[in-house]
Design a protein around this ligand. Structure first.
Ligand SMILES: [Zn+2]
Ligand SMILES: [Zn+2]
Ligand SMILES: [Zn+2]
Length: 334
């Protein structure tokens, strides 16, 4: 008969914050040096896991029932056994705001949402994005999560747990600094090439770097991550979906008056994005045509209320779009 020997193997014990930080360490390890495709895949998966764990850890600090998909049906026994469906990342962000009073900015929420999309793509139908896009977005999400831990999780910890978190943050932060320096060097190298087109350069929908110039007769490609788009239509929609307000874009796709498209007053294509953010003016919306690359200082609605926009006339003539002008006067708008 075999003797029963007490096991000497360790227990697996990962409380949520330690678990989240452990995932972050894995992410920076995978991104170090020259990551392989395999490294980048695990960087995406582990970063998404870290995001979920850390956001929910803060909800849990508030009350354990808040991590249930339906807190009204929360049950302590099921919670302790891990036998429950938990809320998703978007819902966690909304609960943090509504219940805990922590506001994750719109910009950070978009980064997190894009990462979640990548993770879903990997799990369900495959992901195809350029390697530098993964590095760039991962660096941005790592930065968001480190700030989140420092500002919102560490204050609720004490003793050994707080010390462990501080050490973890320190290691991840110093490794992230190297990745950020690498990204900055790459952007600095691109600066002279991009500077002349600042008013036509937008943030890339894949990597978020302001490195995508819309210049006629030049390829539709991000100079940072080298993602390319076959047509301006594809790019404009990808941009509206990922970079602009995703809710407004969904509204547009459902037939609402969303951010796309408008007819460009110049080339008349329907690819004028009214609230584009350009490298020349990243903090305010600038109307930019994704077809001809024209950007506009000021546009006003067509006086006939047809939904088009026009460059305001300075000489007292009526602000009419070409279609309404022709309708009103019987000849082409000069
Ligand atoms: Zn890019
Ligand atoms: Zn145009
Ligand atoms: Zn009109």
């Amino acid at each position: 008969m075999t003797e029963l020997i007490p096991s000497e193997r360790p227990r697996v014990h990962f409380p949520p914050i330690a678990n989240g930080i452990d995932y972050l360490q894995s992410v920076v390890n995978h991104l170090a040096g020259e990551p392989t495709v395999w490294d980048l895949k695990y960087a995406v998966l582990h970063l998404q896991s870290a995001t979920e764990v850390l956001l929910k850890a803060r909800l849990q600090q508030e009350h354990w029932s808040l991590v249930f998909k339906d807190p009204g049906k929360a049950d302590r026994v099921r919670f302790e056994n891990g036998e429950f469906e938990s809320c998703g990342t978007a819902e966690a962000i909304s609960r943090l705001r509504g219940i805990v009073g922590i506001v994750v900015s719109e910009k950070d929420t978009k980064q997190i949402a894009q990462l979640a999309k990548w993770r879903n793509a990997l799990q369900h139908y495959g992901l195809s994005v350029p390697a530098p896009a993964v590095e760039s977005r991962a660096a941005q999400v790592l930065d968001i999560l480190l700030r989140f831990i420092t500002d919102h999780l560490v204050p609720g910890l004490s003793g050994g747990e707080a010390e462990f978190a501080d050490e973890g943050i320190y290691t991840v932060r110093s490794r992230l600094a190297k990745i950020q320096a690498f990204i900055k060097t790459r952007m600095d190298r691109l600066r002279p090439e991009l500077e002349p087109y600042a008013a036509q350069t937008v943030a890339c929908p894949e990597c978020s770097q302001p490195a995508l110039p819309l210049v006629v007769d030049s390829p539709l490609s991000c100079r940072f991550c080298e993602e390319t788009w076959a047509t301006p239509e594809q790019l404009a929609h990808h941009y509206a979906r990922n970079v602009l307000d995703p809710k407004a874009y969904a509204d547009f796709e459902n037939g609402g008056d969303g951010p796309l498209p408008r007819a460009c007053p110049d080339c008349r294509s329907g690819l004028l994005v009214l609230d584009a953010r350009t490298a020349a003016a990243p903090d305010r919306p600038s109307p930019l045509c994704f077809s001809c690359g024209n950007s506009y200082e000021e546009l006003v609605a067509c006086e006939y209320g047809c939904g088009s926009v026009v460059v305001p006339t300075k000489d007292g003539r009526r602000d009419l779009c070409p279609m309404c002008f022709e309708h009103a006067y019987g000849f082409d708008k000069p």
